[in-house]
Design a protein around this ligand. Structure first.
Ligand SMILES: CC(=O)N[C@H]1[C@@H](OP(=O)(O)O)O[C@H](CO)[C@@H](O)[C@@H]1O
Ligand SMILES: [Mg+2]
Length: 594
């Protein structure tokens, strides 16, 4: 142990990555994120956290260098746990403490104390693996080196560099590796292509005869997702994918006037799209390809779009899976009377449009709500045999329980021998293919878009039919600056305010003035604001409900700034504003980061 301490002390003190003066870093939903030029000490320290986590769990851990939809000069680092999900929240305070340790001695002290408390062996005899990945940002290579050095300071050479990958690819690789499965990039592509082919082979004949539009134009955000899709599309049959903004040969700037975040917030066509694309199915990925939106260019004369967001992607998945489960459990024509019990759960947050929740419930689905943040949705979805979750802002996936998959596999084998090619058999095969196609580690734009395409083909649906599944209720989101947002405590998946007293009563009173009004407030987890969300039957009603509730928030909590800004649905993001505006001297966690 003494030797180990000496070795680590030498390595940590020799660290060429001093903490930038006067800055504070915080591990949020998206890990650490900041200007790429000042992030090396943070990434070095995140490497240390990842190495300790790998030792603690005795499994492979992932480190991904990305800043998702943020501007190209930004970068970030996040850690994937052995199951491919986000690093456990319980380690976030340690990650923060390490990232902000003022000098190598404090850093080492923190490491040694934490290792002791957590019973992590630092003797060097244990083996641990850390899979490293980065997106296409120019600062990525240097930062990856910093991560490697942090890892090496703790456990010597234990890194496997996966190169430039999407965030979901890296999470998938960690998950697969820990499940003893093949985990290279070509394995990932092969799994997606094979399961997609299987779903396409099972498109009903009558639908195939009618013919569904197979053309899809993909906006790759000039990032890693576009580049990967260029490879993947060569392996696909039955869909005609055209990639734009694929970042080829350094053309186009990452996330600049393109990508899922831009399209959803600005509600306009991304660069490279225009009048020729009217009526064609289009989709946008974000900078690290873990989110996607679909859209239609509405007219040749302006840049407006018809947007399909996470709620509708979720609805499409839910309808398809419900239908397959129904077919599988239908009165058997094959003498097999067995039911395959499957609890299907739909998980949303309070930000899901009320029309989507109503629609899903009308379809007879079990819909539950969790607090905001993928970690809550993912956990809830994992309690079902099949759990589907999406945030309205388009991050989500489908989870299948191990038990359900093994029952489904035996049922599939049984059907293959007793009634191969029957509707029941096809339904079982489709469900198995979905479980292979969808990335069960995290939301994945590439696997998500292939599933959307396969389902639209299977059901013979046009984009229009999908988009008109239900009509969103008009909504408005506002941000309110208050003196201390932590003064708001919520319950019931953030739909009710418990503190300060009087606020929920005020919300109820305002909401009661509107037909089908719905409103809630909660402190943001990523920005120093209180968010107000309101829905109504007209845009005016939603706007006015949000405004009056925002006034109550200000009245009861005081404010640090006179104005409140419109948010999310309006063009306020980050990039261009932040280039010119001052950065917070204290906290470098930025809004809406995954
Ligand atoms: C209303 C909204 O969009 N909230 C976003 C935002 O969280 P807030 O806690 O609302 O700041 O960032 C999260 C992380 O990216 C994302 O999961 C979530 O959906
Ligand atoms: Mg992303």
């Amino acid at each position: 142990m003494a030797d180990e301490k000496q070795r680590s002390l030498r390595l940590l003190s020799a660290s060429p990555f001093p903490l930038p003066h006067g800055l504070r870093f915080s591990y949020g939903t998206a890990g650490f994120r900041s200007d790429g030029a000042i992030l090396s000490s943070t990434v070095f320290r995140a490497g240390i956290v990842a190495a300790l986590r790998a030792l603690k769990r005795g499994s492979a851990i992932g480190v991904m260098i990305t800043a998702s939809h943020n501007p190209v000069a930004d970068n970030g680092v996040k850690i994937a746990d052995p199951d491919g999900g986000m690093m456990t929240q319980t380690w976030e305070p340690f990650a923060d403490a390490l990232a902000n340790a003022p000098d190598p001695q404090t850093l080492l002290q923190l490491v040694l104390e934490f290792a002791k408390d957590e019973n992590i062996p630092l003797g060097g005899a244990q083996s641990a693996e850390i899979l490293l990945g980065r997106d296409t940002r120019p600062s990525g290579e240097f930062l990856l080196e910093a991560a490697k050095q942090g890892i090496t300071a703790i456990i010597g050479a234990a890194t496997i560099d996966m190169g430039i990958v999407t965030t979901p690819q890296l999470h998938w690789m960690v998950r697969s590796r820990n499940n003893g499965l093949k985990a290279s990039e070509s394995d990932y592509f092969a799994q997606l292509a094979d399961s997609f082919r299987c779903l396409m082979d099972l498109v009903p004949n009558e639908v195939e005869k009618k013919g569904v539009d197979t053309k899809l134009i993909v906006d790759g955000a000039n990032g890693v997702g576009g580049a990967k899709l260029e490879v993947l599309k060569e392996m696909l049959m039955g869909v005609e994918i055209h990639t734009r903004n694929s970042g080829k040969d350094g053309e186009g700037i990452l996330n600049e006037k393109c990508g899922a975040d831009y399209v959803q917030k600005e509600k306009v066509v991304p660069c490279g799209f225009g009048s020729d694309d009217v009526g064609v199915r289009c989709t946008s990925l974000d900078g690290d390809a873990d989110r996607l939106v679909y859209f239609h260019v509405l007219s040749a004369s302006n840049d407006r779009i018809d947007l399909v967001d996470g709620d509708k992607i979720l609805s499409l998945f839910a309808i398809f899976i419900k239908e397959q489960l129904k077919i599988l459990n239908d009165e058997k024509d094959d003498g097999l009377k067995k039911e395959l019990p499957a609890r299907l759960g739909i998980v949303q947050t309070a930000y899901a449009n009320g029309a989507s929740t109503d629609y899903l419930k009308q379809m007879g689905l079990e819909v539950v709500s969790t607090p905001t943040g993928v970690k809550y949705l993912h956990k809830k979805a994992s309690e079902y045999d099949v759990g589907i979750y999406f945030e309205a802002n388009r991050h989500g996936t489908i989870l299948f329980s191990e038990n359900f998959i093994s029952l489904l596999e035996s049922r599939n084998n049984e059907l293959a021998s007793t009634s191969s090619g029957s509707e029941h058999h096809k339904a079982a095969q489709r469900l198995l293919a979905v479980s292979q196609l969808i990335n069960q580690a995290v939301g994945d734009a590439l696997s998500g878009l292939l599933l959307v395409e396969a389902i639209l083909q299977s059901m013979g649906w046009s984009f229009k039919k999908w988009s008109e599944l239900y009509h969103d209720l008009p909504s408005r989101q506002l941000k309110v600056k208050v003196a201390d947002r932590s003064a708001i405590i919520t319950a019931n998946a953030e739909t009710q305010v418990v503190k300060p007293s009087g606020l929920q009563e005020a919300i109820d009173m305002e909401t009661a003035k509107y037909t089908r009004g719905r409103c809630f407030v909660r402190p943001s987890g990523t920005e120093d604001v209180v968010r107000v969300y309101a829905e109504g039957t007209t845009q005016e009603a939603a706007d006015s409900l949000a405004k009056s509730v925002a006034e109550h928030v200000t009245r009861l909590l005081g404010y640090s700034q006179k104005t409140w800004e419109k948010s999310l649905s309006l063009p306020l993001p980050s990039a261009r504003k932040r280039k010119t505006g001052p950065r917070s001297p204290l906290n470098l966690t930025w809004p809406n980061l995954t």
